[in-house]
Design a protein around this ligand. Sequence first.
Ligand code: AMP
Ligand code: ZN
Length: 469
Amino acid sequence: MMKLYNTLTRKKEDFIPLDEGKVRMYVCGPTVYNYIHIGNARPMIVFDTVRRYMEYRGYEVNFVSNFTDVDDKIIAKAIEEGSSAEEVAQRFIRECKKDMEGMNVMPATTHPLATNEIDGMIDMISQLIEKGYADPAKDGTVYFRTRKFKEYGKLSHKNIDDLQAGHRDIKVTGDLKEDALDFVLWKQKKEGEPYWESPWCDGRPGWHIECSVMSRKYLGDEIDIHAGGEDLIFPHHENEIAQSEAANGVEFSKYWMHNAFLNIDNRKMSKSMGNFFTVREVSEKYELQVLRFFMLSAHYRSPLNFSADLMEAAKSGLERIVTAAEHIRHLLKSADDASATEPEAELLERARTYTEKFEAAMDDDFNTADAVSAVFELVKFCNTHTSQESTGAYLKCLYEQLKTLCDVLGILSEKEEEILDGEIERLIAERQTARKEKNFARADEIRDLLLQKGIILKDTREGVQWKRA
Ligand code: AMP
Ligand code: ZN
């Protein structure tokens, strides 16, 4: 049974989905006004791994993660560059997707954009007004009246009166909040900013309503898991709960998962503090697989400090795993097809215990740190118990086992793994044919394709030789 820590109840709970065999999961995505930093990458990697493990366990996962593509910071960036907010957002969505691919983060089932969902936002805000949870101020700004939602504070475990005392400073003169905890659902346009028409005023949505609406549209009124970094617990997720539950009349999400911060010098990495590295910067020095592996070396609810030493440790750890996998594949090339011997069958049985360890760790609130240890144990086992005498069946089983666990962690990248020797040989043969037929364009195309996958060809008198770069 899978257990996960639920921020809502502050307990590790058994995971029981609303629909058997299915998981509906929403992860708050980035605001796209710049390259993502490695702090933003943490929830991406962590919750992608949660998703992969659930799929490994046989669940069908509907995974939704948005891009916030209208926001003050995006508009500021557009003004600074003399371009449009749309252009800035589109560009950084593209760049973010490249980074995600490098980190082996699977594309979401749906990646909605806030600006495509404005109608849904107007609908939900209208519902909230009808039900008496929100009202438009005289300037057309619509506020959620937080006091009307009796359970406000249940996620962050804060008492509404304490919260109010702490947030008095938020109520600045001139704003039309009735209460310091009221928050904006719809705000008036400002000169030169993108805006949409609404029954209240020309303007744009507040940030919190975006997620409530996108989650409802793509996953339904009730979902299994809502996730993000722990800085989102308050106010973002608290406000999402207030909006969704007030509008839909049912519990919004059964489980709430939050990753701890990625720190640098023990302080939260953030754009506003200026103490950040972008994923792109890190990719100049390391394969992004290394960054992913580094993130998974800690439990997602523990703070993680980014340092050169830890990245180097992650690099050599990952290399150990990749080398072990390559070694088995190398042995497989010359192994016979014989089925596993009796002693090999026993060894395979022993190797199974590492998968069991891995599963036990992941079942315990996705303890990737312990899961990685189990993979290392399996690697050591593979290195000790394989040789040129091993049968093909035995090697294949071990390889599959290692590869399966690595796939859950998302750490054997396509570049290293997917281009199998057979495929390389096939492409080389096709290139030879193309050359014979004087189709040099195709021959060059194949050479480039292989090069992209890190395969270098050498034409020799004995024929074509190849090696991995
Ligand atoms: P933002 O673009 O700031 O809304 O952040 C996108 C996601 O990254 C949210 O889930 C944040 O909680 C998360 N996040 C931002 N900074 C960090 C950090 N230093 N460590 C972990 N998660 C972070
Ligand atoms: Zn959100």
